[in-house]
Design a protein around this ligand. Structure first.
Ligand code: HEC
Length: 107
């Protein structure tokens, strides 16, 4: 019996490692999205998991979210506003990459 204990402990460590939630991408950290968003805990903004689930199956969502992130706005999740991230239109590629990442979280 004694020899089984270490392997159970090891399995536990492995399991908790693999159970870690998806992490925020580098780009989201670099663009300060993480100040208000996480994948699964509500901060000032909605969790990206909730955003993905809300727009699941909505063919126009990617384009709409890209505009929303670029220009900011409120009303879809409450009265707090999402700040405009790209009023000059110079970060569209980065924003598109983040929208793709977010929408793929849907379950
Ligand atoms: C200062 C806080 C703040 C920062 C920084 C921020 N957000 Fe938000 N975000 C919000 C709030 C608040 C909302 C809810 C807006 C609403 O109710 O319509 C939101 C909503 C969203 C939504 C859902 C939009 C909708 O209409 O459903 C997405 C997607 C999103 N943010 C992505 C991002 C990305 C990507 C970044 C980084 C480039 C970012 N946010 C940075 C506060 C923030």
């Amino acid at each position: 019996m004694k020899s089984i204990v270490p392997s159970i402990v090891a399995a536990g460590i492995l399991f908790s490692g693999s159970a870690l939630a998806t992490e925020m991408p580098e780009l989201a950290i670099k663009m300060y999205c993480t100040a208000c968003h996480t994948i699964d805990k509500k901060l000032l903004g909605p969790t990206w998991q909730d955003v993905a689930n809300k727009y699941k199956g909505d063919a126009g969502a990617a384009a709409a979210l890209q505009v929303k992130i670029s220009k900011g706005g409120s009303g879809n999740w409450g009265s707090l506003a999402m700040p405009a991230i790209d009023t000059e239109g110079t970060k569209q590629a980065e924003i598109k990459e983040l929208v793709d990442f977010i929408l793929k979280l849907a379950n």
